[in-house]
Design a protein around this ligand. Sequence first.
Ligand SMILES: Cc1cc2nc3c(=O)[nH]c(=O)nc-3n(C[C@H](O)[C@H](O)[C@H](O)COP(=O)(O)O)c2cc1C
Length: 261
Amino acid sequence: MTDDRHRRPEDVRAFYDAHRTVRQYETHEDGTPLPMPSEHLDVILHAAQRAPTDATAQLYSLIRLTRPELRARVADLTTNAHIATASEAFVVCADVRRVQRVLEVAGQQGGTWPAIAVHFGIGDAVMAGTNLLTAAEMLGYQGCWIGGVLNGLEGIIDELKLPQGVLPFAALTIGRPAEHAPYRPRVPRPLVIHTDTYHDGTDEEIRHATEVMNPIAARGGQPGDWARLLTMYFGQGGGMEKREPGLVAALKRQGLWAGGE
Ligand SMILES: Cc1cc2nc3c(=O)[nH]c(=O)nc-3n(C[C@H](O)[C@H](O)[C@H](O)COP(=O)(O)O)c2cc1C
C-alpha cells in the first residue's frame, strides 16, 4: 500500500541525522525569548498528547514555563541557562496524581503501587516529551533535554507547586538554533541492539565503542575522553552519586518511594 504520508528510508535517516541537542537559541536583541507562533506551539503540544500510553492512563504532565522570573529561577535551579532564553521551556513530569483523581471522582479507592508509578510515569513522560521534541524538529526547531532538574528537585517541586504523585523527570527547551552543534556519535549498533539474547560486549568491543564515542566529550578544541566524562558522571564520588540523595528525598516527598524506610 502506498500513501503520500510515507517517507523514503533515506529521508527518515536524514531527518534523524539532523537532530542536534542545541543550547543556544535565537532571541530578541535583549536576550528575551522569541515567541513560538501559536500554530507551532499547538501542534507540538498535540504531538506530545498523541504519544502512546500504557494502560490508557497518560501518567505524565508537562509544566509549560512562561513567566520570565520563573524561567530564570528554574534555569538557576537546573544550572541550564537556556531555560531562560528558549522559545519554549517545559518541565516534563511523571504524574500519577490525575489518575488517582479520576478514581476518586468515580468513587473508587486507589491502590498502592509506588514502583509501578515510577515505571509507567517516567515511561509516559519520556514518550510525550520525545513526541514534542520530534514534532518541533520537523518544524525546524531544535531543543535540549535537561536532566539538570535533578540538581534542584526540591526547589522545582516548590516553585511549580507539584502535588504528591508528580515527579519532574527532566526539562525540555525548544527554539530556533543559534549555534552550529556537532553531529554527536552513538555507541556502535551491535552493543545496543541485541538479537534474541543479550550480548555483553567484549573488552575489545567496549574499547572500540569508547573510541567511537570520544568526540562527544571534546571541549574547547581539546580531544575528548568519553570514559573520563562517564567517570565524572557515574564513577565513585561523581555527579550521579551526588544527585542520588536528592532524588530519593523527592521520591519520598512525592509519595513515590517503594524502597521502604
Ligand atoms: C534525559 C536527558 C537529559 C539531559 N540533560 C542535559 C542537561 O542537563 N544539560 C545539557 O546541556 N544537555 C543535556 N542533555 C543533552 C545530551 O547531552 C545530548 O542529548 C547528548 O550529548 C547527545 O547529543 P545529541 O542529542 O546532539 O545527539 C540531556 C539529554 C537527555 C536525553
